[in-house]
Design a protein around this ligand. Structure first.
Ligand code: HEM
Ligand SMILES: *[C@@H]1O[C@H](CO)[C@@H](O)[C@H](O)[C@H]1NC(C)=O
Ligand SMILES: *[C@@H]1O[C@H](CO)[C@@H](O)[C@H](O)[C@H]1NC(C)=O
Length: 482
């Protein structure tokens, strides 16, 4: 009798739990959508790889079935997915009031509990200013010659090699440049390689959070540990060195730490350094690889880009003088090209927030504590806003600055948490492209295929052969595609 009773109770309890999982309690009307399996939710479907460049099938299917706002469950959290421009706008505008940036636990374990993304209010504003000081327009102006030198020298080196994996090589270039700006790190002079610790990262971030030897997640955490140890050691050494004036970000941080009543701690500074190193090289190298691939596939776009950059050289008195800020600002087509590249690359497939209180929007209720995910690909590939959304057409951006299309462009986020690296990214991309299209030509050799999980990936890299342009001959490169 007892076991039967217990069994029945267990079944009732489980049934109730499953029912609650599928029908979370809410005073209002939850958006439509399925919460998936207990515990797993729809996590596996969400991360399932696809080669399409369209809106991820996971999102597209649900948009069709449920409309622009729907609920689901990812990594154990109830999530409302928003593909609705007005809700997106509302979410970005209400940062800190109704919504707060939120990352899954796996992210905070890897990036540190005190990373910028997880900080709010005063501390967040403080850090943001710190970073803008480093990557804002004033610093970028000063940085321009260095960025150009790095790009040109790197390309020169690549042209001497047989084949270069652009995904790998651009990541190395950008990491080295950023690490130099931040901590004056020189990979050629260091016994330990700092970047090696960041390599297994993307896989670790989006993998199942199981911290046992052999898993991607474990490797990722180990990488963080080693990288943090190195950063800590470097900070320590620098403190003992006693520099006179501020040169890099470390010096700046050391000055800040010395100030009386400062809110900055060493732990926060180190977490920040780690996030910046990661955020810069992984995203920008994807964007540059994507850009080069697009140029290989679109000879006319390449031609127009080339014309813009050759015209800059022609206007100069000394063609070998470096790029000026004025010249940089004049690269209209290049900026349109960069916009179009990041619109279609959709490097960031989801931007997460947490609801700080219950919200009613367009007849739906988002309960307090739920996560919301803004879905940039759904915005960037919306046929109502971008005609023929999958075609690559930089000219579509012509005149767009006049009507401030921020609601329909969120590759760099929006609102208060707009990416602080946007300008830095654009400088690096524009300058690299300048050197590439004026001095070199290239031939894709292998790889270049794209997989989205749903984040952009080049599983086989993008291997190209880079050759110096023969300045004396007419370029045959456009004929090759005919
Ligand atoms: C193609 C390149 C890049 C893309 C697509 C990109 C995208 C984004 C997006 C979408 C956000 C908003 C996240 C959110 O709202 O939760 C963001 C934030 C951020 N980005 Fe970038 N980013 C890029 C390059 C960079 C670079 C080069 C840096 C480093 C200097 C950087 C540093 C950051 C930081 C620190 C934040 C957090 C800001 C905050 O929480 O307020 N990003 N980025
Ligand atoms: C991508 O998703 C589409 C639509 O769901 C599906 O038909 C296709 O098989 C998927 N392709 C790959 C390579 O996963
Ligand atoms: C790129 O997109 C942003 C956001 O919509 C816009 O403000 C900017 O003017 C665009 N740049 C160009 C050159 O079209």
């Amino acid at each position: 009798m007892w076991p039967l009773c217990l069994g029945a109770m267990l079944i009732i309890a489980i049934t109730h739990w499953v029912y609650r999982w599928r029908n979370p309690s809410c005073y209002g009307k939850l958006p439509p959508g399925s919460m998936g399996f207990p515990l797993l939710g729809e996590t596996l479907q969400f991360f399932s790889p696809n080669t399409s460049s369209d809106i991820p099938p996971f999102i597209k299917k649900r948009m069709k079935r449920y409309g622009p706002i729907f609920k689901t469950n990812l990594v154990g959290r109830p999530v409302v997915v928003s593909t609705d421009p007005e809700l997106n706008y509302f979410i970005f505008q209400q940062e800190g009031q109704v919504f707060q940036s939120w990352y899954p636990d796996t992210f905070t374990k890897i990036f540190g509990r005190q990373n910028v993304g997880s900080l709010h209010g005063f501390m967040y504003k403080y850090l943001k200013n710190l970073v803008l000081n480093l990557f804002g327009p004033e610093s970028l102006k000063k940085m321009l010659p260095e960025v150009e030198q790095t790009a040109c020298r790197t390309l020169e080196k690549w042209s001497c090699e047989d084949i270069v994996d652009l995904k790998e090589a651009t990541a190395r270039m950008i990491f080295d440049l950023t690490a130099k700006k931040l901590i004056s790190y020189d990979s050629t002079k260091s016994s330990e390689n700092l970047r090696d610790n960041f390599v297994a990262f993307i896989q670790g971030l989006i993998s199942f959070p199981l911290d046992v030897p052999g898993t991607a997640y474990h490797k990722c955490l180990q990488g963080r540990k080693r990288a943090m140890k190195m950063l800590k050691k470097m900070l320590q050494e620098r403190r003992e060195m006693q520099k006179k004036e501020q040169e890099d970000f470390f010096d700046y941080v050391i000055e800040e730490l010395k100030k009386e009543g400062t809110v900055l701690t060493e732990a926060i500074a180190l977490d920040l350094m780690f996030v910046l190193l990661f955020a810069s090289f992984e995203t920008t190298s994807l964007a540059l690889t994507y850009a080069t691939k697009v140029l290989s596939d679109h000879p006319l776009v390449l031609k127009q880009l080339q014309e813009e950059h050759e015209a800059i050289l022609k206007r100069r008195e000394d063609p070998n003088s470096g790029i000026t800020w004025k010249e940089y600002k004049s690269m209209t087509y290049t900026f349109q090209f960069i916009n179009e590249t990041v619109r279609l690359a959709n490097i960031v497939p989801g931007i997460f927030r947490k609801a700080l209180r219950e919200i009613n929007f367009k007849g739906y209720t988002i309960p307090k504590g739920w996560a919301v995910m803004v879905c940039p690909p759904a915005v960037h590939l919306n046929a109502a806003k971008y005609q023929d959304p999958l075609s690559f057409n930089p000219r579509r951006w012509e005149g767009i600055e006049l009507n401030g299309a921020t609601k329909h462009f969120m590759a760099f986020g929006g609102g208060m948490r707009f990416c602080v690296g946007t300008d830095f990214t654009k400088v690096q991309m524009a300058i690299f492209l300048h050197c590439l299209v004026t001095k070199y030509r290239w031939r894709p050799v292998k790889g270049g295929n794209i997989v989205r999980t749903p984040g952009l990936q080049f599983p086989n890299g993008f291997h190209v052969q880079i050759m110096e342009k023969d300045q004396t001959k007419q370029e045959p490169e456009f004929d090759e595609t005919k």
